[in-house]
Write a protein that binds this ligand. Structure first.
Ligand SMILES: C[S@@+](CC[C@H](N)C(=O)[O-])C[C@H]1O[C@@H](n2cnc3c(N)ncnc32)[C@H](O)[C@@H]1O
Length: 301
């Protein structure tokens, strides 16, 4: 069986071809990265990737961040951390940034982070508690693990709110909508097969773009993650708050735009100049979140 598979080339041939095309795509990508002015500038400025310039340009246009305004910012899919760096700088000195990523990553200095999947309800609860209490997180807290002290706090808050509900009292000090700005640059990560020696998730310069190159696939995956970001915004963002998400464009753009319009009073599409012309990425900005948004109505139309 093994002989038949390899001699007719079905398996090993395909694998060899994949490895060849993958390595030439990789060297094309590396060449482009090395000659790209935004990539060079990001290195000079100590920014973790060229994505920082996209967020700067979006913020120059829409003013998501404010200095000295105690803003709480949730950065979804924050690794390696360039957007968080921009958010921190533009909300200084008292902005609080929480990055959430499904991959492990050391956050930039001054940024808090948890390794978690935004599709999980528990992640929403952790985020809500973090912003309500605004405590300092440390890497070694291992927040995503069930035995971390944060889990203990989560259980305590849930227990207290149950007691308070039963006693007919006002709920405890966890705010329902504690966040001013939600930004999402999420895209499904490639499975890591190499580069383990290289602190991989923190090194955008050595990491290939994680799109598949198949437009319809990129679009559908990206739609799902934009929906997840929108659900987080409905659940956690203050009325009046702002939202930003990246979408790989395709036939369902309009569907997302309509959903966004049910949540925000003002919805805009924007492609910053730092985003490559050949890239299918597009940014949706939602301004002034409406009050009392009904999630079911947003998604069922
Ligand atoms: C393009 S990168 C973000 C780059 C980042 N904005 C920056 O400026 O450095 C997309 C990130 O989304 C994360 N991601 C994808 N799906 C996720 C999920 N369900 N929950 C949390 N993070 C997710 C990936 O792990 C990846 O690190």
């Amino acid at each position: 069986m093994y002989h038949r598979l390899t001699s007719c080339g079905t398996l090993s041939g395909v694998l060899r071809q994949f490895a060849r095309s993958n390595s030439s795509a990789k060297s094309r990508w590396l060449n482009r990265q090395q000659s790209d002015p935004f990539t060079k500038e990001a290195k000079v400025q100590g920014l973790r990737s060229r994505a920082a310039f996209k967020l700067q340009q979006i913020d120059d246009r829409f003013r998501l961040f404010r200095k000295n305004a105690n803003q709480s910012v949730l950065d979804l899919g924050y690794a390696p951390g360039a957007w968080s760096q921009v958010a921190l700088e533009r909300t200084s000195p008292n902005g609080v940034i929480l990055g959430v990523d499904i991959l492990p990553c050391n956050p930039p200095r001054g940024v808090n982070s948890i390794q978690a999947n935004i599709l999980s309800r528990k992640t929403h609860e952790l985020i809500r508690i973090f912003f309500s209490k605004r405590f300092q997180l440390y890497q070694e807290d291992q927040l995503h693990r069930d035995h971390g002290y944060f889990q203990h706090m989560l259980e305590e808050v849930m227990f207290l709110s149950k007691q308070e509900r039963e006693a007919g009292e006002a709920t405890q000090d966890v705010e329902k909508h504690p966040i001013d700005v939600v930004i999402s640059d999420m895209y499904e990560p490639w499975p890591q097969t190499t580069g383990f020696w290289n602190n991989f998730t923190n090194s955008a310069y050595y990491r290939m773009a994680n799109t598949s190159g198949v437009a319809i696939k990129d679009h559908c995956m990206s739609m799902d993650l934009c929906d997840a970001a929108l659900i987080a915004a409905i659940d956690l963002l203050k009325p009046g708050g702002s939202f930003l998400c990246k979408l790989y464009t395709g036939k369902e753009d309009k569907l997302l735009e309509n959903r966004l319009k049910r949540v925000f009073k003002d919805v805009q599409r924007f492609k910053p100049t730092a985003s490559r012309t050949e890239s299918k990425e597009l940014y949706f900005v939602g301004l002034r979140k409406r009050k009392d948004v009904d999630k079911l109505k947003v998604f069922l139309g």
